[in-house]
Design a binder for this molecule. Structure first.
Ligand SMILES: [Fe+2]
Ligand SMILES: [Fe+2]
Length: 129
């Protein structure tokens, strides 16, 4: 895995774990909000870093991968707005949705990108050697 992306992905997973724990313990709405804001901010950073890498290496699946990012961010913003406006408490069901999308994206789209980068790298090393 690309070291920067690996670090960001671990941070996203850690934040979700922290949020999960916080909800199970029944922490305050403010705390939940803080975790969720951090999660959204970090997801945005991760997505834009990946998109820059895809652009640089002319990744063939870039359009689809970017669309997945945009859809995920939209879902996060909807969720955050609901919390902001006090329309809904952040419950376990949201936690499951977040975890599911994160894991599905990391294990599918991001994994394919990683494989592609690995192959590009291997090719470069061969040419250089
Ligand atoms: Fe990612
Ligand atoms: Fe991604």
């Amino acid at each position: 895995m690309h070291p920067l992306l690996e670090k960001e992905h671990q941070q996203l997973i850690d934040l979700l774990d922290a949020l999960d724990k916080c909800i199970s313990k029944g922490c305050s709405a403010n705390q939940v909000h803080k975790y969720l804001s951090d999660f959204v901010a970090l997801a945005e950073v991760d997505f834009s870093n990946e998109e820059a890498i895809m652009q640089t290496y002319k990744y063939p699946e870039m359009i689809d991968h970017k669309k997945e990012h945009a859809d995920l961010l939209e879902q996060l913003f909807v969720l955050k707005n609901r919390l902001d406006s006090g329309q809904a408490p952040f419950g376990k069901e949201y936690m499951q949705i977040l975890r599911k999308w994160l894991e599905e994206h990391l294990l599918a789209a991001d994994k394919r990108l990683d494989k592609f980068l690995y192959q590009v790298n291997a090719k470069c090393n061969k040419t250089a050697g």
